[in-house]
Design a protein around this ligand. Structure first.
Ligand code: DMJ
Length: 514
């Protein structure tokens, strides 16, 4: 471990948590400038009284980071655990409607990882209760989970929302196997069967879906918002069950072929590798796009992880020998490394923080700048001195730190600890509020910084966890033993005792213009 840096991350966690604990303990979200909390939903009683009670977003998202950090966070963990035991069920009784996706990845995932790390059965009990509350989202006759378990008004959802529930529901069923409760497994798995039949010839998948028949809606293919974790979970479902379900590897391999052929680009100036969105052009059999969300940077680490899990040999060396990798693995490894460099380039702003989204320039777009070293390959759309666009923000996101962590673990190269430290120091310098907590920066390329009054829950569950793990001993959460859900909650890798029903890979259907 690099103890000094690891402990600096622990201190940052304490700074973020203690402000939340003091101002807003029990609330779902935290606003560190106004020193208050807010909840995601309110409910109205028959007599018209509106009440709001947290359902554990911040507390549960942070539990496993506290468990990992150990002794310095022990009192805070005990208090959080007591809240989950006593208060959480009351929150559920009062909740209005919630997002199926967010509740699953943050709170079901958080309860399950807290159970896995602590072996405290109370967390599993809560996870089972929550799973039962979320099940109606899958509905009778609905092929894909609705966005809200108790509301079915909408018939569209995103592919990320439909296919980022499987690690959590499958592990829940596995952990409850003594009770023979397979419904959690089969409901989540069924979504994957339908998606397998719907995929495009390219192996890719547009980000919008119709929940009633499972068909894709006319929409872009994205590695960023609404698309990202579908691709992430194809690989991770394969890893989760000890590489026993080859159908997910086949789907993942097809998808990454499509990504490599259609979405990976190189910038003309510095030759950075980046990932575009594919936006269909109306009336033309064509796609366009140059936008890269910060979110899409998860793909760098994911490609590297995939390369070392789809192997000629059972385990790869660190770093992997080229002969240990398959042909696709060698391609993905190389592109993953390069993509991470491109993502790190987007941290070259006045604050050292990467913005929410950048647009990469094509070589015919503009003359090259005169000054060498000047930023040219990408820009923030709509950037202006007067009012920063949404894309200019840094909302404490984890994806670059996540890929840096995976690169560190899979290569052992010190360079990645330096990257992690640079990310961390930029956060310390520009997001940390002296009176407590961390806030969103409105424009990463303008000084002095202006803040938005929000400390996202994933700052505690993901960003600080991945930074901590990059400086911790390598045997803390061995990648051969756990798989991280999309909110960085580590779940165990296991050999399934429940018999999967989705095992048949269907070949890609030819479709024009894909
Ligand atoms: C997290 O809630 C999850 O990682 C999700 O998959 C999308 N991104 C946010 C954090 O950026």
């Amino acid at each position: 471990a690099d103890i000094r840096k690891r402990d600096a991350v622990v201190k940052a966690f304490q700074h973020a948590w203690s402000a939340y604990e003091q101002d807003a303990f029990g609330a779902d979200e935290y606003h560190p400038i106004s020193h208050r909390g807010s909840n995601l939903t309110t409910s109205t009683s028959p007599s018209g009284v509106r009440t709001s009670r947290g359902i554990g977003y911040t507390i549960i998202d942070a539990l496993d980071t506290m468990l990992l950090m150990g002794e310095p966070l022990a009192p805070q963990y005990e208090k959080a655990k007591a809240w989950v035991k006593r208060e959480l069920p009351r929150g559920w009784m009062r909740v209005g409607s919630v997002s199926t996706f967010e509740t699953t990845i943050r709170t079901l995932g958080g309860l399950l990882s807290a159970y896995h790390l602590s072996q405290d059965p109370m967390f599993l009990e809560r996870a089972a209760e929550l799973g039962a509350r979320l099940l109606p989202a899958f509905g009778e006759g609905l092929w894909a989970p609705a966005q809200k378990p108790n509301r079915r008004m909408r018939t569209d959802t995103s592919i990320a929302e439909a296919a980022t529930l499987q690690l959590e529901f499958r592990y829940l069923a596995h952990a409850l196997r003594e009770w023979n409760d397979k419904e959690f497994w089969y409901k989540a798995e069924h979504v994957m069967r339908v998606l397998n039949q719907e995929r495009l010839e390219s192996g890719l998948a547009p980000h919008k879906l119709n929940t009633t028949d499972g068909s894709f809606l006319w929409s872009s293919v994205r590695m960023g918002s609404s698309g990202d974790s579908y691709f992430e979970y194809l690989l991770k479902q394969y890893i989760q069950t000890n590489r026993t379900e080859s159908v997910y590897l086949q789907m993942y391999t097809d998808a990454m072929r499509g990504v490599q052929e259609h979405m990976v680009q190189r910038s003309p100036w510095k030759g950075h590798t980046y990932i575009t969105e594919l936006v269909p052009v109306p009336g033309r059999d064509d796609w366009t796009g140059a936008k890269q969300d910060h979110l899409a940077c998860f793909l760098a680490g994911s490609l590297m992880l995939g390369a070392t899990r789809n192997l000629q040999h059972l385990r790869a060396s660190v770093p992997p020998q080229q002969t240990e990798l398959t042909a696709e693995g060698r391609r993905d490894w190389k592109v993953g490394l390069a993509l991470l460099e491109g993502c790190m380039d987007t941290t070259k702003t006045l604050t050292g923080l990467a913005p929410e989204s950048v647009w990469w320039r094509a070589d015919d777009q503009q003359a090259l700048p005169d000054e060498p070293g000047q930023q040219w390959d990408w820009y923030i759309m709509g950037a202006s001195k007067f009012w920063p666009p949404y894309d200019a923000r840094y909302i404490l996101r984890p994806e670059i730190a996540e890929s840096v962590f995976l690169a560190w673990r899979l290569t052992g190269a010190r360079r990645y600890r330096t990257y992690a430290w640079n990310i961390f120091t930029a956060i310390e310098m520009y997001c940390r509020l002296p009176e407590g907590g961390y806030a969103t920066v409105m424009d990463v390329d303008n000084l002095p910084v202006k803040y938005e009054d929000k400390q996202e829950t994933f700052f505690l569950s993901e960003t600080l966890k991945y930074l901590y793990l990059t400086f911790a001993d390598e045997n803390v959460l061995d990648l051969n033993e756990v798989v991280f859900n999309t909110e960085a909650h580590p779940l165990p890798i296991f050999t399934p005792t429940i018999k999967p029903r989705f095992t048949e890979y269907s070949t890609l259907k030819p479709a024009p213009g894909t």
